[in-house]
Write a protein that binds this ligand. Structure first.
Ligand code: ADP
Ligand code: MG
Ligand code: MG
Length: 199
C-alpha cells in the first residue's frame, strides 16, 4: 500500500530532480520554446516542497491536490496549469483514502493524464508531455521502474516529431530534431515515483 509518506517522498524526489535538471530543461526549451521550462518548474516544485513542509495534509489525495494547486499558482506558462491539472485530478481521483494500492494510483494517474489532454488538447504524437505520460501510465501495471523506462523512452521519442501543440508548434517543421522539454520533465516526475518506491 502507498501511504501519505510515499506521496510526500514522490513530490520531494521530483523537486530534487527538477532542481538538478533545471538547466537541461531550460536548454531543451531554447531551440523550440522560450528557454524558461527549467526555471518555471523549479519555481513550482520549490513552492510545492515549501507548502508540503508546513502543511499537515495526511492523505495521498490531499497531498497531490495541494501540490497541483501550488503549481497552478506559481508556474507561469503552459506547463503550470497542465502539471497542476495532472496532480489535482490524480489527487481528486484518489479521494480521501489514507492508503492506496498501485492499481488505484495507476487508475488515478490515468484520470490525471486525461485531464491534461482535455485541457491542452494534445494527443500522443503531438510532441508534448503527453508523449511521456501516456506510455508511463500504460506501463505502470508492470511497476514503477517500468513506468520510468516508458516515460524516458516516450520523451526521447519526441525528438523526430513535429510539434502540434504549444509554443514549439509555431516553428512547424523546424521543431523536428529536438526533444520536447515538457516530455522530459514528465519523465522526471515519473522517475520520482520509482525513487519514492525505492526509499
Ligand atoms: P511555455 O511554453 O508557456 O513557456 P513551458 O516552457 O514551461 O511553458 O512548458 C513547455 C512544455 O509544455 C512543452 O514542452 C510541452 O511539453 C508542454 N505543453 C505546451 N502546450 C501543451 C499542450 N497544449 N498540451 C500538453 N502539453 C503542452
Ligand atoms: Mg517555455
Ligand atoms: Mg514561457
Amino acid at each position: 500500500m502507498l501511504d501519505a509518506d510515499f506521496f510526500r517522498r514522490w513530490m520531494a524526489a521530483t523537486a530534487a530532480s527538477v532542481d538538478r535538471e533545471a538547466e537541461r530543461l531550460t536548454a531543451l526549451d531554447s531551440p523550440i520554446g522560450d528557454a524558461d521550462h527549467g526555471s518555471n518548474l523549479q519555481r513550482g516544485f520549490t513552492a510545492v516542497r515549501a507548502t508540503l513542509e508546513k502543511d499537515a495534509a495526511d492523505t495521498p489525495g490531499a497531498i497531490l491536490v495541494l501540490a497541483g494547486r501550488q503549481l497552478i499558482s506559481t508556474v507561469g506558462g503552459a506547463s503550470g496549469p497542465l502539471y497542476g491539472t495532472l496532480l489535482r485530478r490524480t489527487g481528486k481521483a484518489l479521494g480521501d483514502a489514507p492508503e492506496v494500492t498501485e492499481e488505484q494510483l495507476a487508475e488515478a494517474l490515468r484520470a490525471g493524464v486525461e485531464g491534461v489532454m482535455t485541457l491542452g488538447g494534445a494527443a500522443p504524437g503531438d510532441k508534448t508531455m503527453v508523449d511521456a505520460l501516456v506510455p508511463a501510465v500504460d506501463a505502470l501495471r508492470d511497476g514503477f521502474a517500468a513506468a520510468r523506462t516508458a516515460a524516458e523512452q516516450g520523451a526521447e521519442a519526441t525528438t523526430p516529431l513535429q510539434a502540434r501543440k504549444g509554443r514549439a508548434s509555431y516553428l512547424g517543421e523546424r521543431s523536428i530534431g529536438h526533444q520536447d522539454p515538457g516530455a522530459t520533465s514528465s519523465a522526471l516526475l515519473i522517475a520520482g515515483l520509482a525513487e519514492a518506491a525505492e526509499a
